[in-house]
Design a protein around this ligand. Structure first.
Ligand code: FAD
Ligand code: NAI
Length: 472
């Protein structure tokens, strides 16, 4: 028999990294296959990450508003939770989204090869399907996009329905009376918010003496205050050293991080959300001489893991390599790699990847935090504007939070923008665009913003950097 025509690109993993790579490759006319072992495309993000979590955040936010906000503006209702329907609406949306990716694969002639992929030699990927059948794909280029998985906590074994990870927390069949979250990171606070709004008492145990490491400290402090006001309880500077499932829940042993006497916390459900780790199990990296770093990430040089540029090779994108573990970062990596393979120019600006926490209020930022600027010894100017002085926020009774603009002291170039407030995740992009053009704070301050919008607060914070009079 004739040898099969090799693929230009074989991608392992069908998440935001892998599916965007596959679609882009198809659009550029490359012969492409994407190997995905899950029953649906879309990876962590569409199946058990970004999308189902945002569905529950949206639904629970509306439930919460109906319970506590509607009456204030003259709408009297008695909301009743139908959790089954809430999960169904979420699952239906997820199905529509994953089918959408399948459609885009067909439209752009990207082959989805169902099964687990393993690199067996340079240019060869062996795929084992669910029924055990095996095929080998020939590839000029292999793109590793295998993503990440929840990091387990030693001494705290997962147990269905009791000690769960984010996937379990997206499909709890009933609202727990008491939920203990381990880790005050993004997953802990987003999913903790969901279940608190639906009626759970939520306690968050965090190793550090602050929440959301990576977030600007001033913002994180305000954010913690707001979440506390909403009823979330924080136990900072504390580590969980053991978990014992009991008949009606789980008993956790908690010690001060700095050492000291242990105490016991009991919850009916425990969510472990202490971070995610790269996933490379059974990938056959050893067959191409690649060893992940000590935290499990695959290193690369301009996405290239092995092989000579222009001769094909092995590339890596998304959560399994360095950079923020975010869907839009995986997507940026994907397009850059495929464009490079296709002989075009591929580039990602890691300094301008926006971060959004989809709680209420949202927190969003792009660029550097004050902590980073101080540590780097960069002289900066700071402008701030509170939503209490923004007319739209006032009219909507949503005045919690502020905008902070950080600009270079000498040049006025915007170095970082931080927003806490409803829709911060939508508002952050004017900052990202300004920064991608190397814009100054004065550029934002001189740009006409529509009234009344929350975005006026961004302009006002930029005006504050300039020392101009505020319109409040
Ligand atoms: P993944 O999405 O993890 O996809 C990798 C895929 O590869 C998986 O489908 C896996 O089955 C497959 N795979 C692995 N190994 C093999 C193999 N050997 N053969 C075949 N297939 C394989 N990010 C955001 O930007 N915004 C958010 O709001 C957000 N919310 C999140 C909420 C939660 C609860 C979680 C857990 C994550 C969230 N993230 C969010 C992070 C986001 O999901 C990831 O950054 C993103 O999915 C990474 O994309 P990826 O393609 O690198 O990997
Ligand atoms: P994370 O890294 O955001 O936070 C983990 C938290 O757990 C940190 O505060 C850390 O100090 C703490 N921690 C670590 N070990 C601990 C221990 N033993 N005991 C107590 N606390 C401990 O990780 P998280 O929340 O699991 O999310 C993983 C990643 O998923 C995020 O970093 C992000 O990249 C992505 N994600 C993004 C979202 C978004 O963009 N909105 C939403 C959800 C996830």
């Amino acid at each position: 028999a004739e040898a099969p025509v090799p693929y230009d690109v074989v991608i392992i993993g069908g998440g935001p990294g892998g599916y965007n790579a596959a679609i882009r490759a198809g659009q550029l006319g490359l012969k492409v296959a994407c190997v995905e072992m899950r029953a649906t495309l879309g990876g962590t993000c569409l199946n058990v990450g970004c999308m189902p979590s945002k569905a529950l955040l949206h639904a629970s936010e509306m439930f919460d508003a109906a319970n506590s906000e509607f009456a204030k503006i003259g709408i009297e209702v008695q909301p009743k939770l139908n959790l089954g329907q809430m999960h169904k609406a979420k699952d239906d949306s997820v199905t529509a989204l994953t089918k959408g990716i399948e459609f885009l694969f067909k439209k752009n002639k990207a082959d989805w090869i169902k099964g687990r992929g393993k690199i067996v030699a340079k240019g060869k990927v062996e795929v084992t399907a669910a029924d055990g059948s095996v095929q080998t794909l020939e590839a000029r280029n292999i793109v590793i996009a295998t993503g990440s998985e929840p990091t387990p906590l030693p001494g705290v074994a997962f147990e269905a329905g009791k000690v769960i990870d984010s996937t379990g927390a997206l499909s709890l069949p009933a609202v727990p009376k008491k939920l203990i979250v381990i880790g005050a990171g993004i997953i802990g606070l987003e999913l903790g918010s969901v279940w608190r709004r639906l009626g759970a008492e939520v306690t968050v145990v965090e190793f550090l003496d602050r929440i959301t490491p990576g977030m600007d400290t001033e913002v994180a402090t305000a954010f913690q205050r707001t979440l506390t006001k909403q009823g979330m309880v924080f136990k900072l500077g504390a580590k969980v050293t053991g978990a014992k499932p009991v008949k009606d829940g789980v008993e956790l042993t908690v010690e001060p991080s700095a050492g000291g006497a242990a105490e016991t916390l009991k919850g009916d459900v425990v969510l472990v959300a202490i971070g995610r780790r790269p996933y490379t199990e059974g990938l056959g990296l050893e067959t191409i001489g690649v060893t992940p770093d000590k935290r499990g990430f695959i290193d690369h040089d301009h996405f290239k893991v092995a092989g000579q540029v222009n001769e094909g090779g092995v590339w890596v994108i998304g959560d399994v390599t360095h950079g923020p573990m975010l869907a839009h970062k995986a997507e940026e990596d994907a397009v850059a790699v495929i464009d490079t393979i296709a002989g075009k120019y591929g580039h990602v600006d890691y300094a301008l990847v926006p971060n959004v926490v989809y709680t209420f209020p949202e927190v969003a930022w792009v660029g550097q935090t004050e902590d980073q600027l101080k540590a780097a010894g960069i002289a900066y100017k700071k402008g701030k504007f509170p939503f209490t002085a923004n007319s739209r926020a006032k009219i909507n009774h949503e005045t919690d939070g502020f905008v902070k603009v950080l600009a270079d002291a000498a040049t006025d170039k915007v170095l970082g923008v931080h927003i806490m407030g409803p829709q911060a995740g939508e508002m952050i992009h004017e900052a990202a665009i300004t920064m991608s053009f190397g814009g100054a704070s004065e550029d934002i301050a001189r740009t006409c913003h529509a009234h009344p919008t929350r975005s006026e607060a961004v302009r006002q914070a930029a005006m504050d950097v300039e020392g101009w009079m505020m319109q409040a």
